[in-house]
Design a protein around this ligand. Structure first.
Ligand SMILES: Cc1cc2nc3c(=O)[nH]c(=O)nc-3n(C[C@H](O)[C@H](O)[C@H](O)COP(=O)(O)OP(=O)(O)OC[C@H]3O[C@@H](n4cnc5c(N)ncnc54)[C@H](O)[C@@H]3O)c2cc1C
Ligand code: SF4
Length: 493
């Protein structure tokens, strides 16, 4: 612990975001950059407490508490405080293959369980992580490290999101020959075509992919396993297969008017938008674009927030975000104590921008959609919505309509962002993979083996839609199990 009185002397100062009214005019990342001095004083706030929780990665109340990849946070905080940047980065890379992704998009469960958070605002762990890796790239410290020796084993990784990339990176390090198959035209999964530019610029994803290519990993894009190449063929051509295909089936809203023009899944907008930006197109001119429209986003989670941020950058006429749950409390409820993930009201970047542009948080809580209303040409013109209250019924809470609360709100674009139902069926059906009760691939956490020998599964495909940091956790651990399967032992962590 570098500075015993650090947390008494310095206030929490995370890397600031650019002013909302400036950043909605472009697609650049919302974050500013800290100078080294500020990172050092923020590192000095870490108390190196006797029993740190920040790196535990436990599940408490079904939410992550502490870092799911067990980042060695107090160690690199201290090294950052001392300005020993390269050593700090080496410590960070021991547990995290891609700190440039988590340092930008992780919701930082580590900070929710920081011991300092009991009495003071927690240490800015995520900002320090991001600054360390950004400095590492700027200084040229992050270079390709191909393995010295190759084994004769070949592994196919299907899906190139953070789980597939982490698995490929780990297995390549121990010398196996890795081929990553991806059906999209670019590598990265939701890092590329999901999380929008303003949270994670795509050159940052590509930079890591290029590094992995230089280390000898083969990437094959535009190949859907189960379509272009049968999944069974992989079992013949490779010694092991790791399936990391994500949980991409969106939850639909099959109510009246669902088929009207202007009602879309959130991912249709987000994917086309990123694709358009990568191809230098005018994304505001797309038929699905929000420009000049009243936009309603149905769903209050991360995907919904990204739709809000995207619609604002298209210069929508108005934006409303519907959330069926109640507004969270401003402070932790007694039933949600530290070190649990704090379930408190927050303005994420999209809502903060909407408040600056239109004067208020766009979220309407305890609200559900009854039907989509169209005009004579089959185009969406409004939503019928109503307020709800959660009532107990046979031990379960279910939403009940508040009588007389129905009303209409104008909308020419409605975006469904109500979560995901699990992985797609084709590979699972072709290989006869067992599924769990939520339709995810059945592969016990820690082992990651499916019912087919030599076939592993990790990430959202196994655990359901989750977080980048959990995908990295699972990709790394599945790689270790796969290495053990191939070699009889494994020195992977
Ligand atoms: C809009 C949005 C925003 C999000 N924002 C955040 C955030 O801010 N922070 C955070 O931590 N998490 C966020 N998440 C969640 C996070 O992105 C996912 O949990 C994570 O990407 C899962 O990683 P994965 O590798 O398991 O799967 P994915 O990233 O989904 O990657 C799966 C890949 O498999 C490919 N694939 C599927 N089937 C096949 C096949 N048959 N053949 C070949 N390829 C195939 C897909 O094309 C895809 O590229 C967000 C999710 C969404 C949808
Ligand atoms: S990966 Fe996420 S939880 Fe882990 S240290 Fe970084 S910000 Fe915190």
């Amino acid at each position: 612990m570098g500075k015993p009185t650090g947390f008494l002397e310095y206030e929490r100062r995370p890397i600031p975001d650019r002013p909302p009214l400036d950043r909605v005019k472009d697609w650049d990342e919302i974050h500013e950059h800290h100078d080294e001095g500020k990172i050092q004083t923020q590192g000095a706030r870490c108390m190196d407490c006797g029993t740190p929780y920040c790196h535990t990665g436990m599940l408490l109340g079904n939410m992550a508490s502490g870092c799911p990849i067990n980042n060695l946070i107090p160690e690199w905080n201290d090294l950052a405080y001392q300005g020993r940047w390269r050593e700090a980065l080496d410590r960070l890379h021991k547990t995290n293959n891609f700190p440039e992704f988590t340092g930008r998009v992780c919701p930082a469960p580590c900070e929710g369980s920081c011991v300092l958070g009991v009495i003071e605002p927690p240490v800015t762990i995520k900002s320090i992580e991001c600054a360390l890796i950004d400095k590492g790239f700027e200084e040229g410290w992050v270079t390709p490290q191909p393995p010295a020796v190759r084994t004769s084993k070949k592994v196919a990784v299907v899906g190139s999101g953070p789980a597939g990339l982490a698995a490929a990176d780990q297995l390549n390090k121990v010398g196996h020959s890795i081929t990553v198959f991806e059906r999209a035209d670019r590598i990265g999964g939701l890092l590329m075509y999901g999380i929008p530019n303003m949270k994670l610029e795509k050159n940052i994803v590509q930079r890591r992919v290029d590094l992995m290519k230089a280390e000898g990993i083969e990437f094959k894009t535009g190949i859907e396993i189960g379509k272009e190449i049968p999944a069974k063929q992989l079992l013949d051509d490779f010694d092991a297969v790791i399936l990391c295909c994500g949980a991409t089936k969106p939850r639909d809203l099959p109510i009246d008017g669902r088929d009207l023009n202007g009602v879309h899944f959130a991912m249709e907008l987000l994917t086309r938008n990123t694709q358009g930006l990568l191809e230098a197109k005018d994304v505001t001119s797309f038929d699905i674009a929000a420009k000049g429209k009243d936009v309603v986003v149905i769903g209050g989670g991360d995907t919904g927030t990204d739709c809000v941020g995207t619609s604002l950058r298209h210069v929508c006429k108005s934006i409303t975000q519907l959330e069926i749950m109640p507004k969270p409390p401003l402070e932790r409820a007694p039933s949600n104590p530290w070190p649990e993930w704090p379930k408190v009201y927050e303005l994420d970047y999209g809502q903060e921008e909407a408040r600056e542009v239109f004067g208020s948080d766009p979220r309407k809580y305890l609200t559900s959609t009854k039907r989509f209303i169209g005009d004579e040409n089959g185009n969406l013109k409004a939503l019928a919505i109503n307020e709800i209250e959660w009532k107990e019924d046979n031990g379960q809470y279910i939403p009940k309509e508040v009588p007389g609360s129905e009303r209409e709100i104008p909308a020419q674009l409605a975006l469904l962002a109500m979560g995901f139902l699990g992985p797609e069926d084709s590979i699972a059906n072709e290989l006869g993979l067992e599924r769990d009760a939520r339709s995810n691939i059945q592969a016990e956490y820690g082992k990651f083996t499916t019912n087919i020998e030599g076939v592993f599964s990790a990430g959202d495909m196994r655990r359901g839609q989750s977080l980048v940091v959990w995908a990295i956790n699972e990709g790394r651990a599945a790689a270790r199990e796969c290495d053990h399967y191939l070699m009889g032992v494994s020195k992977l962590p």
